[in-house]
Design a protein around this ligand. Structure first.
Ligand SMILES: Nc1nc2c(ncn2[C@@H]2O[C@H](COP(=O)(O)OP(=O)(O)OP(=O)(O)O)[C@@H](O)[C@H]2O)c(=O)[nH]1
Ligand SMILES: [Mg+2]
Length: 290
């Protein structure tokens, strides 16, 4: 698969609006997908945030590998990056995010109080790649279903303030990607995670990428889910041949496309178990997962 350069007009607009609203907020909640923490971190966010503090929030931790999650948390902490790891549906999300935001903004709020300014809610902007879980998290923070959510990229199409909490005022934003991914792998990781519209990628390319990764790193998960024998996974079996075997095991005869779709769905839904597709050690000297 080639390096994807994809930045449609509506994303340019969403990014511009993020920049425009930045002066109005105290903090940026930067969401990344815990299954692909490097690949789902949009470099434009740090640029747009400038000097505003950023709280990195790793989402979908229920679908991520626990040990690898701990490695990433350590990695971000060592960089001095405030970070939280959340499954948006866990009950104490509001408490955790509010407490962490207050901690980060403690000095700013204390200064305002010292100047005699009235106590006010913290204003936060929630940003991240499409489908990472921004609107879901915000709904949990305000404990109401105000923002529309959905399991496909591009659900939120405009900014929206959610003002239901005494401690937090929250700005939901549409998911944004950026001009050019650092590597082809990053585009593939994003496609597999569900951050890029499925219609933009040949399904079998995405499925073959997933197969290649799993064969190399977690063959036992493939074996278990699709009842594969050792011979099915032997070294001389090519990836397309393995996809065909899986297609047949699924009962789809030679319908690669349907099998590819199912494989991608299974991975996204966690049917192969919790999987994190990259670790901090994958990053090269320039900090890129190539
Ligand atoms: N398993 C799991 N699913 C989650 C979690 N957070 C969000 N989701 C699901 O991810 C999908 C996308 O969630 P949204 O909140 O719509 O994502 P978004 O970032 O607002 O997406 P856009 O508005 O398209 O940019 C939905 O199906 C959510 O239910 C999580 O922590 N765990
Ligand atoms: Mg949304």
């Amino acid at each position: 698969m080639a390096v994807i350069q994809w930045f449609p007009g509506h994303m340019a607009k969403a990014l511009r609006q993020i920049r425009e609203q930045m002066p109005l907020v105290d903090i940026v909640f930067e969401l990344v997908d815990a299954r692909v923490p490097y690949s789902s971190q949009n470099p434009e966010v740090a640029l747009a945030a400038g000097n505003k503090p950023r709280l990195l929030i790793m989402t979908k931790t229920d679908l991520a590998d626990r040990e690898r999650l701990a490695e990433w948390l350590q990695f971000f902490k060592e960089k001095g990056q405030p970070v939280l790891a959340l499954d948006s549906r866990q009950h104490n999300v509001a408490k955790l995010v509010t407490a962490k935001s207050k901690e980060i903004l403690h000095d700013k709020m204390a200064e305002e109080a010292a100047k005699g300014l009235k106590k006010r809610p913290i204003r936060a902007m929630c940003v991240g790649v499409p489908n990472v879980g921004k609107s879901t998290l915000l709904n949990h923070l305000v404990k109401k279903n105000v923002a529309v959510t959905g399991n496909r990229p591009g659900v939120t199409t405009g900014q929206q303030w959610l003002r239901s909490s005494a401690d937090l005022e929250l700005l939901d934003t549409p998911g944004v990607l950026w001009h050019k991914f650092a590597s082809a792998k990053q585009g593939q990781m994003l496609a597999l995670s569900g951050a890029i519209k499925d219609s933009l990628y040949p399904k079998d390319d995405v499925a073959l990428f997933a197969l290649r990764y799993l064969r190399e790193h977690q063959p036992e998960k493939l074996q278990e889910r699709y009842r594969l024998s050792d011979a099915d996974l032997a070294e001389e079996v090519t990836d397309p041949d393995l996809l065909l075997t899986i297609t047949q095991k699924m009962g789809f005869r030679d319908d690669y496309d349907r099998a590819s779709e199912r494989l991608i769905f299974d991975l996204r839904k966690g049917k192969l178990g919790p999987i994190t597709m990259e670790v901090p050690a994958d990053l090269n000297a320039e900090g890129i997962n190539e």
